[in-house]
Design a protein around this ligand. Structure first.
Ligand code: AOF
Ligand code: ZN
Length: 372
């Protein structure tokens, strides 16, 4: 049984965990609260960034002696392994915690369910599963990485009411309203990287930076441009802007890229050329971004790249802005053919939320690919 005070404390721990957003990957966001024997809040903590002390250790330090005989409420099963830091289970036992309320178990393969076992053998009463759906949603990037070894990919699209991204001549400024565009800036600021295709770079010459003064990020997100040929036309803004820019290309086109390679902040990532596809294998790209510590990638691209991402089952969630504008059949579609011939094969979103965004609507949801 979990008390009201413990549920309240778990909500607080989840909120605390969020303070580490964008800083913890490939580790999870974790928050912990300590209540003393009488249920008073005597300590709390969260995981600030990868490599820094775990939430449990910080909470114990802030509670000091008051932790003895108390309850720890923590959003993730405490670790029992030596990673970059020592095992939290030892610290919890040493501090004399008598009860532990955990939201979700830890799928880290180094754990194999042993964290809880160790704590129980030390005589600590353990409750698991409180608000676990919330904890899993909070750590979806971490969970996804453990499952796939890839970054989480969000596809962002701005559409007219009739599902078009641009008029027949390609013009699209500005389909969505000012408020939605500001929201996109926030999405960029909290993403590990922003991804686009060379087609968009050639057509729009974008910077893809975060520009609003009130939401200046600690750092600009990495920008990634995928290209099959290394041809960016006359567009140079993205490469000349501040921050890190990655050009992802198949091996062999690098000779076209000498001009960019020497620009400050610009890197070229080469991937094996594959004659069956034009360009690179995007699965490899997202494995590499994950290895480089980029947990989530926001894709803002044209229909070619968006279609490929969906077809390759690499889109994990979508954020679609729908604006009160009609462009008609000549307008550009968001996707090319996806091989969906019947409604039964439609791609359906899960965990869908829909809300107003100025004069637009923002629909967000996950894409779960069928395994059958
Ligand atoms: C965190 N922060 O607050 C908790 C974590 O390399 P390490 O030592 O930081 O270990 C990372 C693992 O520790 C992580 O995969 C997860 O299993 C566990 N819990 N990690 O970064 C925390 N509680
Ligand atoms: Zn730990």
């Amino acid at each position: 049984m979990v008390s009201k005070a413990e549920t309240h404390a778990m909500k607080m721990a989840l909120k605390l965990a969020k303070s580490g957003r964008g800083m913890t990957f490939p580790n999870p966001m974790v928050g912990a609260v300590i209540l003393d024997r009488d249920g008073n809040h005597v300590g709390d903590g969260f995981h600030r960034k990868c490599g820094a002390p775990h939430a449990e250790v910080i909470a114990l330090a802030s509670a000091g002696d008051a932790a003895s005989g108390g309850t720890m409420i923590v959003t993730l099963e405490p670790c029992c392994h030596h990673g970059r830091t020592g095992p939290c289970t030892d610290e919890i036992i040493r501090a004399g915690i008598s009860r532990l309320v955990i939201s979700m178990t830890d799928p880290d393969p180094r754990m194999s369910g042993e964290g809880i076992e160790q704590l129980e053998s030390a005589g600590i009463v353990v409750e698991t599963g409180l608000l676990s759906e919330k904890a899993r949603e909070l750590n979806r990037v971490y969970l996804h990485y453990l499952e796939t070894a890839r970054s989480w990919v969000t596809l962002k699209i701005a559409l007219s009411l009739d599902g078009r991204t641009a008029a027949a001549d390609g013009s699209s400024k500005w389909i969505s309203c000012d408020r939605s565009r500001r929201h996109v800036q926030k999405m960029r600021a909290s993403a590990g990287a922003v991804l686009t295709g060379a087609g968009t770079v050639r057509a729009d010459d974008p910077e893809l930076t975060v520009r609003l003064p009130d939401i200046l990020p600690r750092r600009q997100p990495v920008r990634i441009v995928v290209s099959a040929t290394g041809d960016f036309g006359e567009s140079r803004k993205i490469f000349r802007s501040q921050g890190r820019v990655i050009i992802a290309v198949p091996e062999g086109v690098v000779t076209n890229l000498t001009e960019y390679k020497d620009m400050p902040g610009v890197e070229v990532w080469e991937f094996p050329a594959d004659s069956r596809i034009r360009g690179i294998d995007l699965t490899l790209l997202f494995e590499r971004t994950a290895l480089e510590g980029i947990g989530s990638v926001l894709c803002e691209a044209g229909s070619d790249l968006s279609t490929r991402l969906l077809k390759d089952e690499l889109v994990d969630s979508v954020s679609i802005f729908t604006a009160p504008v009609i462009l008609g059949g000549g307008g550009r579609p968001a996707f090319e053919l996806l091989g969906i011939n019947s409604i039964g094969n439609a791609i359906r979103l899960e965990n869908v939320s829909s809300r107003r965004s100025g004069s637009d609507f923002l629909t967000e949801g996950r894409i779960v690919y069928r395994t059958d």
